[in-house]
Design a protein around this ligand. Structure first.
Ligand code: SAM
Length: 318
């Protein structure tokens, strides 16, 4: 019998995405995240102050930043609390101007006593994309990295390896066979990536911060997006732009036993306040007033509805 040809020779979304971001000439090998999009870390030093406070309140003196970008959070932490032990874990090379007191590595540490934080890392962990076809079958989505043209692969049910993706989708992101074209971004790679970090924490806290969704509120057509030079651009895994998808945060939390809270609630509890300073201060201490007003403005951005305040904090205590 002649072999049945594969339905497509294109890479899966996960394969193309891996290559686009982390291949030899992948986007994050050469590009600084801050040059292309703004995270809480870039938005305000108040974010670092909150992380420092969380670390010290837990009786810890070490912070490990996973997906550390160009070390922006670590540099701020170093200035806020110079006695903290700081380590950046990042696929990109150590930034030239990073203070010598901050350690830097490409590999996850074997074991950590301290607070491990990953801000906007999991959304950049590539995952498979699956779609309901016209017959109501769940099939893998493949993509041409140069044009973005997509094709559907084999039904997952016929593929033993893909069976685990189907199981994940059935549990966390069930799709209606009567709704062709609806999609799930299979978060099992994110669950595994974060579990591999959390299990290295001997004593301390593991904190993942990201945008995401929970069961019952999954977007029907997925959340793949691309960013370049501060703007959203067409989604393309060609290495010229970031490719990201929201995180199924409840699945990750379930895997690692994390609590799930919104950034606005966590930061408010850590003393980040958008309250305006009293007006009298403007008369008695104009410089202090302007500084307090600027902090309040930044706090509002970090805690905003429909903005950074909606981010999820997944916190696991070890
Ligand atoms: C969206 S950026 C976030 C940067 C920074 N945390 C911030 O909040 O501004 C994600 C970063 O994670 C890094 N990254 C992705 N996968 C990684 C891995 N397996 N190990 C180390 N760094 C990784 C990327 O190179 C990139 O710098």
């Amino acid at each position: 019998m002649p072999a049945v040809p594969p339905p497509t020779s294109l890479p899966t979304w996960k394969q193309a995405w891996d290559e686009a971001l982390y291949g030899e000439r992948g986007f994050f090998r050469t590009q600084s995240p801050a040059g292309h999009f703004r995270t809480s870390v870039h938005a305000s030093r108040l974010f670092a102050e909150a992380v420092a406070r969380m670390t010290r309140e837990a009786g810890l003196d070490t912070v490990v930043d996973i997906g550390a970008g160009r070390g922006e959070l670590l540099v701020a932490l170093h200035e806020i609390d110079p006695r903290l032990d700081l380590l950046g874990v990042e696929v990109a090379a150590r930034p030239r101007d990073l203070p010598s007191g901050i350690a830097w590595t490409a590999a996850l540490p074997e074991a950590v006593d301290g607070l491990v934080v990953a801000n906007e890392w999991l959304d950049d962990v590539p995952c498979h994309v699956v779609e309901v076809d016209d017959d109501g079958e769940l099939r893998m989505v493949h993509v041409d990295p140069t044009t973005g043209r997509e094709e559907l692969g084999n039904p997952l049910a016929h593929d033993r390896v893909a069976g685990s993706l189907q199981e994940w989708a059935e549990r966390w992101w069930p799709l209606d066979p009567g709704e062709p074209g609806t999609r799930a971004e299979v978060g099992s790679t994110r669950d595994a990536a974060w579990a591999s970090v959390v299990e290295r924490v001997n004593r301390g806290l593991a904190v993942a911060v990201d945008y995401g969704h929970t069961k019952g509120a999954r977007p029907p057509f997925g959340t793949l997006r691309s960013y370049r030079d501060g703007r959203e651009v067409d989604v393309l895994p060609d290495g010229s732009r970031d490719v990201t998808a929201h995180v199924a945060v409840d699945a990750v939390a379930d895997r690692v036993g994390a609590t799930l809270r919104r950034q606005r609630d966590v930061l408010t509890g850590l003393g980040v306040s958008g309250d305006r300073p009293p007006l009298d201060l403007a008369g008695t201490d104009p410089t202090g007033y302007v500084a307090a007003l600027s902090r309040a403005t930044e706090a509002v951005e970090l805690t905003a509805e429909a903005g950074l305040g909606d981010f999820w904090w997944l916190v696991t205590e070890r």
